[in-house]
Structures are given as structure tokens and as C-alpha cells.
Design a protein around this ligand. Structure first.
Ligand SMILES: CC(C)(COP(=O)(O)OP(=O)(O)OC[C@H]1O[C@@H](n2cnc3c(N)ncnc32)[C@H](O)[C@@H]1OP(=O)(O)O)[C@@H](O)C(=O)NCCC(=O)NCCS
Length: 150
């Protein structure tokens, strides 16, 4: 993801989320050097994801597919791509938050091996007050086989 992409990203973000990020949040993530990637199809930007990484832990801050392109496996591809990036940075554990009212994302995360590890009460703004966040995590096991010392 580059700053040049942000107008296109904002067009998707505004359609995809009831409470979207501002362009300034994306810009801050890029300037802070967070790993941020776009998914393109036929040179058209159709999705994006942003991670933050600290020590051996990563946090999925945003993962989003253009509403016109959802339900075709792009979200799964994007999430796997972010996971690959995290593995490359030697991350061992990935966290994310999701709204209980977002069954599509929850189903995807479960399917990709994330488990609920807790809740953050009243974490998100909602149309009527606040909404909890489900916190999910996934351990990224090393691909290298481990061997007990003999
Ligand atoms: C969540 C999101 C990224 C998923 O992307 P997507 O491209 O639509 O998802 P995929 O086509 O890769 O589907 C992956 C899985 O999600 C689930 N899923 C997809 N569409 C679904 C639907 N309409 N209802 C329920 N589950 C659904 C299924 O488990 C699906 O796996 P399957 O195809 O094997 O059944 C996308 O819906 C999105 O951008 N939503 C708006 C932004 C958002 O909420 N992001 C997550 C914030 S935590």
C-alpha cells in the first residue's frame, strides 16, 4: 500500500464499514512503517490489509474487500497474505478484534485458525451506543520440525 492508493482505498473503506477509518489513519500507519498491502485484480484495487508488528506479535488492524467483490475468496487470500508477511517478520502470534455483529469476518477468522481469547467491552462505536469487540488470536507455528534433544 502506498499513499497514492489512499483515495481508492477510502472509496472502498467508506462503502465497506459503518464506522470507517479516516484517510489520516491510513496515512499514519504508512508513515509509521506498518506492513500494509493491497490486493489487486486486473490492475484494480479490490482489497487491503494493515498489520502492526511489535516483537513477535502482530495485530491485524484492518482487512477489507470491496463490497462488490466480496464472497469470492479474496478476503481469505488477503488474510493469508498478511499471515505470510507476519511469518516473514518472525511473528509467533497474531491478534485481531472483530465486532460480534460481523458474522462473515468471524466465520473467516475461525476457518483460518483464529480462536476467541476474550472480549473488550464497549470497544467499538455503534449506531446505538457501543459494541463489544471479540478478541481473537492465532499461533503461527514454525514450519521447521522441532526435535527433542536426545
Ligand atoms: C470480512 C471480509 C474481509 C471477508 O472477505 P470476503 O472476500 O467477502 O470473504 P471470502 O470470500 O474470502 O470468504 C471467506 C469466508 O468468509 C465467510 N463468508 C464469506 N461471505 C459470507 C457471508 N455472506 N456470510 C457468512 N460467512 C461468509 C465464509 O466462511 C467464507 O468461507 P467459504 O467461502 O469457504 O464459505 C469482507 O466481508 C469485508 O471486507 N467486510 C467489510 C470489512 C470488514 O468487516 N472487515 C473485517 C473487520 S474485523
Amino acid at each position: 500500500m502506498r499513499e497514492d492508493d489512499l483515495d481508492e482505498i477510502m472509496r472502498i473503506e467508506l462503502r465497506a464499514y459503518p464506522f470507517p477509518w479516516t484517510i489520516g489513519i491510513f496515512r499514519d500507519c504508512l508513515r509509521a512503517g506498518y506492513p500494509a498491502w493491497v490486493l489487486q485484480a486486473d490492475a484494480r484495487l479490490i482489497g487491503y490489509g494493515v498489520l502492526s508488528v511489535a516483537a513477535d506479535e502482530a495485530h491485524v488492524l484492518n482487512v477489507c474487500v470491496d463490497p462488490a467483490d466480496q464472497g469470492q475468496g479474496h478476503g481469505r487470500r488477503l488474510l493469508r497474505g498478511l499471515e505470510r508477511v507476519a511469518r516473514g517478520l518472525r511473528v509467533q502470534r497474531v491478534f485481531l478484534e472483530v465486532r460480534p455483529s460481523n458474522p462473515t469476518a468471524i466465520a473467516l477468522y475461525h476457518d483460518e485458525g483464529f480462536n476467541e481469547i476474550g472480549r473488550r467491552p464497549r470497544y467499538y462505536p455503534a449506531h446505538e451506543g457501543r459494541e463489544d469487540a471479540i478478541v481473537m488470536a492465532k499461533e503461527l507455528l514454525s514450519d521447521a520440525p522441532t526435535r527433542m534433544p536426545s
